[in-house]
Ligand binder design. Sequence first.
Ligand SMILES: Cc1cc2nc3c(=O)[nH]c(=O)nc-3n(C[C@H](O)[C@H](O)[C@H](O)COP(=O)(O)OP(=O)(O)OC[C@H]3O[C@@H](n4cnc5c(N)ncnc54)[C@H](O)[C@@H]3O)c2cc1C
Length: 391
Amino acid sequence: MPKSNAQRRALVVGAGIAGLTSAWWLERAGWDVSVVEKAPSFRAGGYMIDFFGPGHEVARRMGLLPALEARRAPISSVTSVDSSGRRRAEISASAYEAVADGVISLLRGDLASVIRDDLRAPIRFGATVSAVGDDGRVTFPDGSSDEFDLVVGADGVHSRVRELVFGPPSSFVRYLGHHTAAFSFQDAELSARIGHRYQMLTVPHRMIGCYAVRDGAMAALLLYRSDSPELPADPASALRERFGDLGWVAPSLLSVVPDDVYYDEVSQVDMPMWHRGKVVLVGDACGAVSLFAGHGASLAMTGACVLVEELSAGAEGAFERYQGRVKPAVTHTQEFGRRFIGWMAPSSAWRISLRDMAFRLSGLPVVRNLIRGSVAPDVDGVLTAGREPSR
Ligand SMILES: Cc1cc2nc3c(=O)[nH]c(=O)nc-3n(C[C@H](O)[C@H](O)[C@H](O)COP(=O)(O)OP(=O)(O)OC[C@H]3O[C@@H](n4cnc5c(N)ncnc54)[C@H](O)[C@@H]3O)c2cc1C
């Protein structure tokens, strides 16, 4: 006799956006869910994300929009400044919202914590997997093993599950020629000076941005071109070397880079098959679109929702239907992200001026439409293809 959902056991690897959302929908669908997360404790804070598109609709279905709204960062504009901090160009929050329907800007950690707070499944921190079979047998680092009806690899762009079951990163990871870093820190004086403008200084191939978060906290984002995806042994020193010649708030930011700074190559993940046997990948693990595309969290939540929707519709062929619905949106967003590199990290002074001119003219409907095409790939259809799973 086939097992009912209540008897079915799922292991979710990774308590990020995709993993938490998968666990949320799976437990609502009656699965017995466990989550393992490599980090020693919950990762709060992080970098600012713009959350909109189909993920916003998934959050509405989960009843999480009020909690997300409460964590909305009060960004009033995106401002391009020169090396003395003088304003070059600005796009107001209202103009931005007009091109990015329903956008909520918030910290990645705030999005994750809102999902986690509504989850009952246990999360084991400081835990991972050391072997995963496509028959659902999982071995843990302490040597113990267990068998699951479903293993969800939601462990991000450097997914261990992907490597164990599908192959090495070199087969799937596409490097986009940049490194990025993000961190937050307390500085009441700087926070008051920068205010709720997302301010950024761009020079060819390099960008440094910062914004006030709340209660005197600041968040910083750095991005630069690098021919090699290889990460430096000491990210803080590498950042000081790369950005040390810049003016504005760069010296202040570089003096407070924490040892545990988020630092990574910017890449996309492109794989022909997102599932094998009882193992399925979601989010960045199978379809990272990169910060250039900016819809990764939204697509991670969408993928998780569609996966459980299709599992609930019938186990037979569920993974194929899930991939068939979500992968085209991911591929489309990845193409869009590669085109957006020139917007976020322009390669010349001329291109920086062109982008700033678009900011300045963003009040004009014709320019707004052009920007809309540049900030938002059209992927809303990915959810309408399916049914709304019951809560
Ligand atoms: C600077 C920056 C800006 C971005 N801006 C936006 C934006 O504006 N809008 C947007 O929608 N998206 C944005 N993104 C992308 C978005 O953050 C990601 O696409 C999204 O977080 C992917 O979710 P995920 O759960 O797949 O991966 P992650 O959020 O990376 O979560 C993976 C989790 O798995 C855990 N893990 C890793 N390895 C293991 C292991 N071996 N065992 C157990 N656990 C493991 C990790 O610790 C982590 O908790 C941005 C990304 C960056 C870097």
